[in-house]
Design a binder for this molecule. Structure first.
Ligand SMILES: [Zn+2]
Length: 273
């Protein structure tokens, strides 16, 4: 009888030990934040690495490196603008030098981002195209929809921290060359103009508004514009004290003439009603 009990005890201790060893091994193998690096079958029957996180899915030879970069960029955007209430994982696809004149794109099918494609190498795209496209994806989720193309491209370019100085020079040069179109002609246009002013002026205006109120203030302004008022003049009044797009334009051009001195721009952070 006693012998039998001893055997039972030994078995239970052995079982507990095996469980502990298994649990420890599983814990050591797991990566932080639920990130997993797995291998998946391709259509050719070869296995390629795949990376999946709470934000993106990447497949290909350096999937983990690309995926971790994407995660870091999205987390920085969350720090900067706030966390979107809604997010669905989307694939990020790298195809260096396959895009012709296109550096990358973001594709949507409401309510989700369906793909981000980058036609550069990872090194070329960090601080530039990758940040740009992920900002499009981020704001699509943040605002629950697509929005005015000029502001959208302005915001996306503002994330290209490696290009900001060059973009400011371009704003200045094109303004001095008399190439600018009135903001009223670009806002709401929602298609790309041949001269690319949607990009240049979009960046210039967003850069100016973020200099005045900061990134979170700008994000609150965008939420007000897209979800509350639907009226650019009204949202500009509430968040920046401008009675209209034209009044913003005058002040912004003054800022351009003054050398786009972001550090010494009049701050605003009081909402008017
Ligand atoms: Zn863009």
């Amino acid at each position: 009888m006693k012998r039998n009990l001893l055997w039972k005890a030994a078995f239970l201790v052995g079982y507990a030990l095996a469980l502990a060893v298994f649990w420890l091994a599983a814990a050591r193998g797991a990566e932080p934040d639920g990130e997993r690096l797995t291998r998946t079958e391709t259509e050719f029957g070869r296995r390629v690495p795949e990376y999946r996180s709470e934000y993106v899915r990447v497949a290909g030879p350096n999937a983990a490196e690309i995926g971790r970069r994407c995660d870091a960029i999205v987390r920085a955007l969350e720090e900067r603008y706030g966390t979107p209430e809604y997010w669905r994982v989307f694939p990020v696809r790298y195809a260096p030098n396959r895009g012709g004149a296109v550096a990358g794109y973001t594709e949507y099918a409401e309510p989700n981002v369906t793909e981000v494609a980058i036609f550069q190498t990872l090194d070329e795209s960090v601080g530039a195209t990758l940040d740009h496209e992920l900002t499009h994806a981020f704001f699509f989720y943040y605002l629950h929809k697509n929005f005015d193309l000029m502001l959208n491209e302005g915001l996306a370019q503002h994330s290209e921290y490696a290009s900001r100085a060059r973009l400011r020079e371009l704003v200045c040069a094109r303004y001095r060359a008399g190439e600018f179109a009135p903001l009223a002609a670009l806002y709401g246009l929602n298609r790309y103009d041949r001269a690319g002013l949607i990009y240049t002026e979009g960046f210039g205006v967003v850069d100016f508004l973020i200099a005045r109120g900061g990134s979170k203030w700008f994000a609150a302004f965008m939420l007000d514009l897209t979800r509350e008022t639907g009226d650019i003049d009204l949202s500009l009044w509430r968040f920046y004290g401008y009675a209209s797009l034209g009044e913003l334009e005058e002040d912004w051009l003054e800022f351009v003439r003054g050398g786009q001195d972001c550090a010494n721009t009049r701050a605003v952070a009081v909402r008017k009603e």
